[in-house]
Design a protein around this ligand. Structure first.
Ligand SMILES: [Fe+2]
Length: 253
């Protein structure tokens, strides 16, 4: 299956670059719509909006509605869990769980969205309650491989200002153990650090996509690329074989 990953769109009415953030998302979705073969699914790994406001979710929703492929969203630290659940319910299946965790069963690879956000920190959190939800979602499925998508990378990212993206090293280590336990997690897809980077938990690749909002993107890009959104296309099959392609959206004309 083909998974298009977008992340960190940070839609924010009133921001100086608000129009650019919206057009970056619009252009990215138009590019995804133009792909042949089309992706099976689009995942958004969080920070859909910048301040959690409902009017920003409404603006994001009108843009996300232009996508042809089904979209699934995991929350980021800039999101408001309840407003996201309310305004983007079409893209966040109800699971009955306390956190915004759910599984998608429609594809050769199972998708599990995992909520790492906490109102106490911009970093990710993990706890016994979150472990129970993640484990329940993983164990509820069959033997298909699983792609987990979440906002915060559960690995140290040694480029950038802060290598640790969880509240404590112990919380991240606990999450790593939880992800490894079943032996069926084939890949973890994340955002949050606004740059393209990769890591590994044992045999599990952890792939971090750059933010869709070009004005917030980290890392060096040549001047002619600075206004071009970049996103990830993951090809992942039922044998857990993964190929990730970095896709550059064509320059605006
Ligand atoms: Fe972000």
């Amino acid at each position: 299956m083909i998974i298009a990953q977008i992340t960190d769109t940070h839609i924010a009415h009133g921001a100086p670059d608000a129009d650019r953030r919206a057009s970056d998302l619009e252009r990215t979705l138009a590019d995804i719509n133009s792909l042949d073969p089309a992706p099976d699914v689009i995942i958004h790994t969080g920070d859909v909006v910048h301040g959690g406001r409902r009017e920003d979710y409404a603006a994001a929703a009108s843009l996300l509605a232009t996508a042809r492929a089904p979209i699934y969203v995991a929350p980021g630290n800039r999101d408001d869990r309840e407003n996201l659940r309310h305004s983007l319910s079409r893209w966040v299946p109800a699971s009955g769980l306390g956190f915004l965790d759910y599984a998608v069963e429609d594809f050769p690879v199972r998708l599990v969205a995992f909520d790492t956000t906490t109102s106490a920190s911009n970093r990710g959190d993990f706890s016994a309650a979150r472990d129970r939800e993640l484990t329940a979602l993983i164990e509820a499925g069959d033997q298909r491989p699983i792609a987990v998508f979440m906002h915060h990378p559960p690995v140290t990212v040694t480029v950038g200002p802060d290598p640790l993206n969880f509240v404590t090293p112990e919380a991240m280590a606990d999450l790593q153990r939880s992800l490894e336990r079943s032996g069926r997690v084939a890949a973890v897809f994340c955002g949050h650090v606004h740059r393209s980077t990769w890591g590994r938990i044992g045999d599990i690749p952890v792939i971090v996509a750059p933010c869709t909002a070009t004005t917030l993107r980290k890392g060096d890009y040549p001047p002619q690329m600075q206004s071009q959104p970049v996103y990830h296309l993951h090809r992942l099959n039922s044998a857990s074989e993964l190929v990730t392609e970095v896709r550059i959206v064509a320059a605006a004309t």
